[in-house]
Design a protein. Structure first.
Length: 151
């Protein structure tokens, strides 16, 4: 009898957790929908949003929830030393789409290889998310700057 109560309590807890925290979970999905909009000159205000959706792999769209840092005209997404599926997609085709609210921005991902640029990124990352990136060696991590695609 005690085990049934425990199982029911656990199931209810999981359902409540998932319903309130879905946007924070790293589940992938397909194509994003919204209005395609020109990229702003400055991402700082838009990037105050905690989680964004990034779509990669235009031929077979794959989207995932990620943390984002906006620094003026550049956005950054960071995978740490995790060679995630979205990282592999950007390395094959750098064209990505980012969803902020109802707006979709068509961008291009460029891997950051400069340690000084990473160091500059790490400061607002720590301010926004409360801790520095775990691995700070630029040759071992995947940090991408996202810039507007050229027309």
């Amino acid at each position: 009898m005690k085990n049934k109560w425990l199982v029911k309590t656990l199931m209810v807890s999981v359902v409540l957790f998932l319903s309130g925290c879905m946007e924070y979970l790293p589940f992938s999905s397909g194509a994003l929908s919204g209005s395609v909009t020109s990229a702003p000159q400055d991402w700082t205000t838009l990037a105050q949003q905690e989680i964004i959706k990034l779509e990669t792999n235009p031929d077979d769209p794959y989207s995932v929830n990620l943390w984002v840092i906006g620094m003026g005209s550049v956005l950054y997404v960071h995978a740490g030393d995790n060679r995630a599926t979205w990282v592999e997609h950007i390395e094959v085709n750098p064209n990505v789409r980012m969803l902020f609210g109802e707006n979709i921005y068509e961008l291009r991902g460029e891997r950051v290889t400069d340690q000084e640029e990473f160091n500059a990124f790490a400061v607002p990352y720590e301010e926004k998310y409360g801790n520095r990136p775990r691995n700070e060696n630029i040759s071992e991590i995947y940090l991408f700057r996202l810039v507007a695609r050229e027309s």
